[in-house]
Structures are given as structure tokens and as C-alpha cells.
Design a protein around this ligand. Sequence first.
Ligand code: NAD
Length: 486
Amino acid sequence: MRDRIDIDGLSVSPDHFIGGQRVTSPETFETRCPFDWSRKLADIARGDAQTAAHAAEAASAAFPGWAALTAAERGAYLHRLADLIEANVEKLAMVECLDMGMLLESLQLRVILRGAANFRNYADLATAHQERVWSSRGTANRVIRMPAGPALIITPWNAPFMLSTWKCAPALAAGNTVILKPADWSPLSASVLADLIAEAGFPAGVFNIVQGLGAELGNALTSDPRIKRISFTGSVPTARVIGKAAAENIVPFTAELGGKSPLLVFADADLDAAAKKAAGQFDDSGQVCMAGTRIIVEESVKDEFLAKFHAYADAHVMGDSRDPATTMSALIHPVHADRVLGFIERARAAGDTIVRGGKRWKEGANWIEPTLIVPKDNQSEVVQSEVFGPVLTFQTFKDEAEGVALANSTAYGLSGIVYTGSEERAHRVGRAVRGGTVWVNTFLVRDLTAPFGGIGISGIGREGGDYALDFHSDLKTLQILEGSVR
Ligand code: NAD
């Protein structure tokens, strides 16, 4: 076990959490602060195949006991964890802010509390679940949810705490034990979560957290035959690798992947609200999977929309994420900032027009200015590929059919945003736009019981509500011949 690290007075363990204990590895990897890159926050235990095997063993050993509890008994642990998250909002928010760069105020007011809500929601949903019962062909039928076994949860570097809790809660509520592997660019909030799991008194091995690099630790975890579910959020190339490992062991696999979502604005919309929301896609420097990164506006209101959009985009403030005046956080890592700049440079070289932004805010800093690009045509790379940075494209359409066709013209299908003042159009276009979630005149508001997931290369399967509980269960149909038993 390594010494705990002091981060601005906050104590964080650099180690894994396996079988209810802190466990370390001989090697480490470092994590730095995105908005102050000279600042190293911690050297974190770099898990390997041995770590993966240890975690799988702990999660397997704990499974029968956890699965045997009632949903309400498991729910009591989840509520206790939610209480502790609520009591530690300030610590979790500061650690996540320093490690991932997300704005502190947003973490304090919304994001961390959403993590607590994820555990409460699933505790209550699993407890309230009624088995489906019906009679057919002379038999009494009953659908039973059976816990499946150890579940592996793999999360990306953006929104690490929110996504980890969103994905671990249904697995635990369904009766599975969990191994969480956070991303190596933002590992710290998961380590704070491990402290809270210990404090909540979860039985050893029920909820394990391992740290490490993608392929090195990840491949050892995904190929372990003791893993009975894999729930992944991240990029398309990694999903392809994990999907093959899941196929090898015939393990159910969900993938929440990238997006290239349209933000479609009709002339009958509240243009000010639409322009404000469009400029709001630069929040978090565009590191949001659901971001509406393709702005597609009805030709007749193009100039009015753009004037408003630029005014809102000009108001963005880049800076220290702890400062309440900052509205645009830094990009997570210089490597990622260079990747985003690469998209912009290739767009310029290919004949796309950079209307605003397009360069680093300051030499050596992890911010790129809010960037708007008018593509040469719809096949431009910046239209068709996820950039995951503060880079939006701008296109126009003459009628609804053309607008919807543009909206649906990529291989992705995670979400969509539509602005219109017409109820009929809201329903018609809302149905026509390809995406697992489509918002009309709003964005990011999500009910925890609703399904969430992607179409096309944006993913496989659905999370949220009962959909995730079903995924984490082996569904069994029990049929008893009517009149044969008393
Ligand atoms: P990534 O695919 O590089 O990594 C995601 C996770 O997978 C990390 O924990 C990483 O260490 C791990 N990993 C990498 N290789 C692995 C392997 N061979 N085996 C097992 N695990 C492995 O993605 P990222 O760059 O961390 O995240 C950004 C991507 O995530 C974007 O494409 C974004 O759109 C997507 N995302 C999607 C959603 C959603 O809900 N659809 C939410 C957030 C982010």
C-alpha cells in the first residue's frame, strides 16, 4: 500500500480497492491538472494482469452473498453510499475539478449530486420491481431477474464520477458485484468513491476499483472468464476491441460511444434560446458525448442566428475551473488538445472555412478557442468525425426534409437537439432525427428511468431505468403447469 496523497488538504489514496482493502502495484502512472499542467497531482498504482485477476477473484467470491440479499437489503447499502456522497460533495467536486478540469461550481451544484441520485434511483427501482406474471397455454408464467455475476464497468475520462455512478448503480442493485476501471487521465474521484464504499460498509469484494492503462489492465479484465457482464462507455475503436473479448467469452456487452449530434434550428424557433444553447456546446470545451456539434440552421434566419451565436460565444471565459467567472474548462490533456488542433488544421487544408477560433488560447495551455467551421461540403472530416473539443460546424437548409437529411447524415446516432416553436414539427422532426435521445427546445435534461444509448456507431444496448437492470440480470421464465401444484 502506498501513502495517501495530500491534494490541497484533501487526502486521496493512489491505490486500487480490491476485496475491501487498498492494494497497490509496483508501477505507477501520473495524473496532472488540466488547467495547470505543470502541476502533477498524483502517481497512481498502475494495475496489471495480476491486479485484474485479484479483482475478478474478489468479485467472484463476494457474488453469492451479495446476490442472496433482497433488493431492499442491497438498496440500503446504495442509499448509505448516496448519503456519504452527499456529505462529501465539496471534496468530490474539488478532486474531480483538479483532476478532470470540469467547472467546480457545476460539480458542486449538480454533477456530484447526480452521482448520489444514481444510487438512490437504482436502489428504489430494483426494490419496487414487480415480476411479470401471466397465464398462457395452461401454464402460470413468471419472469425472474437473476443476478448475473461480477460486472466489469469501464469508464472514459470525461465526467468520470457521474458516469461511474450511473453505470455501477444498476449492476449493484441487480445483485452483481462490480469491478470499476476508470480512465487513466482522470482516476482520482473513483479513489474517493472507494473510501466512501468502505465507509458505507459494503461487504468486501462487492464493489472493487482498479486503476490502470487501457489496453494493459483493460485486456486482462475483459478476457477474464469470471466476468459476466461488460458495460463500457468510451470511444468506438476501444469498443471494437472490448466487443471482441466479450464475444470470445459470450458475455453480454453494452457500449455507450461517441456522438456527432445535430443541433437543428427552424425559423419558427426562439432564435435567442437556440443560439445560446448552440454557444453552450462549448461548455466543458466540448468534451461531452451528447454535444450538438453540428449546427444546422434554416437558411432564412441564418444571419440573425449567427449574430446571436457569436455574441454568446464571445462571452465565454477560459480560465481556472475553480473560478466562478470561468465558463469554459480546459481540455483534459495536451495530447488531446493537439488531437483537436489536428482536426482544425486538416479542415483548413481541405478547404473548410474557419469562421471563428481555430487556435490555442495561449501558448502551452490546454484551451482551444471556441471554434466554428463552415465545411466545404457534408463529407468534411469535421462534419463526419467526433472531435470531442470546442469545435462546431455550421450548415444551412432550405426546407424541413433537407434539414432532417443533414441531421441524419453521419454514422453516429447518439442524440439530437431540435429548436422549433411548432408542436407538430416538434413531434414529426423529433421522431425523424436519428438518435437514442432527441431533445426539443432543451438539452441534457434526463430522467434516470428513461433509456439512454446510441444508434449506429454510437453504441450497443440501452442504459437507464429498468433497461440497465435487465442488462445486469439473467432473465428467467418460470412456467408451472396450472392445477399441478398446491
Ligand atoms: P477510450 O475508449 O479511449 O477509453 C475509455 C475507457 O476504456 C478508459 O477507461 C480506457 O482506459 C479503457 N480502455 C482503453 N483500451 C482498453 C482495452 N483494450 N480494454 C479495456 N479497456 C480499455 O475513450 P476516452 O477517450 O476515455 O473517452 C472519450 C470517448 O468516450 C468519446 O468518444 C466520447 O464520446 C465517449 N463517451 C461516450 C458517452 C456516452 O454515454 N455515449 C459518455 C462519455 C464519453
